[in-house]
Ligand binder design. Structure first.
Ligand code: ATP
Length: 234
């Protein structure tokens, strides 16, 4: 579904991503794990068109994404849930969700998407008229995920969904990621919580200093001694 080849991304003189290649098959959860500053967020932002690569290619369903705008990439079926959620404060939960459908004009379809996300996230239905800024951290993460699902993506890019959440919410978020996969959406999962990410990932890539240092299935990497030492506290 998505193929990233020899990707290089720079911030001025800083090379944040140095020759990274990986792929995602339809229906998979693929995790990118790695320490702070390894380049994970940079890769996600480049796939979603917010940053432009210096070198390499990103191919999604036979289309080259390199020269596409961020809205065109959303329209092609890729939605991003950014690190830190970026909820629109001052807007209600329902209004935040409607922002996720900004490219759609079919009101019946928007209403149908809204009912679907309310079914998946009942708490958001209960809070639909509440200012989104007053939601708890875990509820805001659910809102950010639900807002992305409003665009009916085929591929969901999740950047650090568990960051800053209490353990009970972390488990809930990972359960939701699995449910999203089961309902047919492919997922790229960026996580610092390597243990939980590898437990639900079909395959994963370990990034270190802007490069892929290891890749394998979730169970293979969970059992890998180097991964255990560096990322699993083992
Ligand atoms: P984290 O888990 O901490 O978010 P990450 O793996 O997502 O880390 P990135 O945010 O992609 O890493 O950062 C990769 C490198 O690029 C880091 O060295 C970072 O300091 C640098 N970087 C990120 N954003 C910018 C920017 N806007 N300007 C300059 N350097 C940046």
């Amino acid at each position: 579904m998505l193929k990233v080849d020899n990707l290089v991304v720079n911030y001025g003189a800083i090379q944040a991503v140095k020759d990274v290649s990986f792929h995602i098959n339809t229906g998979e959860i693929v995790a990118l794990i790695g320490a702070n500053g390894a380049g994970k967020t940079t890769i996600v932002k480049t796939i979603s068109g917010l940053l432009k690569p210096a070198q390499g290619s990103i191919t999604y369903e036979q289309q080259d994404l390199k020269h596409q705008s961020a809205p065109a990439i959303v329209a092609a079926g890729i939605a991003q849930v950014p690190e830190g959620r970026h909820i629109f404060a001052g807007l209600s939960v329902a209004e935040n969700l409607q922002m996720g459908a900004f490219l759609q004009h079919d009101h019946a379809q928007i209403s149908d998407s809204l009912q679907n996300v309310y079914k998946r996230f009942p708490i958001l239905k209960q809070r639909q008229n509440q200012d989104a800024a007053t939601l708890s951290g875990g509820e805001q993460q659910m809102l950010a995920m639900a807002r992305a699902l409003m665009s009916r993506p085929k591929l969901l890019l999740l950047d650090e969904p568990s960051m800053g959440l209490a353990p009970i919410f972390i488990n809930e978020i990972f359960n939701i990621v699995q449910a999203i996969k089961q309902q047919g959406t492919t997922v790229l999962l960026i996580e610092q919580n390597a243990k939980k990410a590898l437990a639900i990932a079909d395959r994963a890539y370990v990034l270190a200093a802007g490069k892929v240092s290891l890749h394998g299935t979730g169970p293979e990497l969970l059992a890998n001694t180097a991964v255990q030492k560096a990322y699993l506290g083992g």
